[in-house]
Design a protein around this ligand. Sequence first.
Ligand code: ZN
Length: 276
Amino acid sequence: MIHEIMPEVMDNQYRDRRPEGDDRVLFVRGREILVREGTDGISYPLYRDVKERTGRIVYLFSVSGHPYFLGELLTSEIGGTRFMGWEQLRDAGPRAEAFAGMTGIHLYQWYQSAQFCGRCGKKAVHHGKERMMYCPSCGHVMFPRIAPAVIVAVTDGERLLLTKYAGRENAHFALVAGFVEVGETAEECVRRELLEEVGIHVRDIRYYGSQPWGFAGNLMLAYTARLDGAHAIDLDRHELSEAAWLLPEEIPEIPDHSSLTREMIRRFREGRLYCH
Ligand SMILES: [Zn+2]
């Protein structure tokens, strides 16, 4: 999965430091990021090559000791680079660079939304010692936001429940997923989403694993579960275009395993998803 970058290691702790020399600079635009593409895959501009064209800049994290910064791009383009969309970035290599880009996009989105105090509307400033925006006027503090969401692989005997999202062309098969509501446990969210989206009840909800999914600001919490009762599907057509119970051999090959969803589907196809 995209966050599995061993032997590289990401150190997410904020540090009050300035960029230098060959530190990497991430320039983000929406959910796109500026990359160079070479024979070894993607890389990001070095500070010494872009410092004249960089406005505000803030430390993000380091990967195996190399610092990464988020920069404000003062020109419309930089030769030899292009903005890459998140759908392409998720499958790009090296994995550690794709993960750095995804995490940079998450932090960019948060910094964009934390420029002004959410309580009184005045301009917010960055705290020097930690990753926090605060309001000098009223004292309100804002930390990076992470939205928990669940994904669930439901089995009925030999079959796995797969869905396709509505309104997306060429949608791949997916698992039922949704945001955790305020005041709800992850397991309650699993039950609610399944009832809302496909009208089924489940038992034996088991934790599978988690994954940071910075493209949408999420922490994904994955579960397996077994159907409890009738397997007839009552589809929520606002959310989904299709839902079906499929045998392993009926499931098309999964293009990659960057996400928990794809990893779980792939493991089910290979008979390696534990659902009991
Ligand atoms: Zn304020």
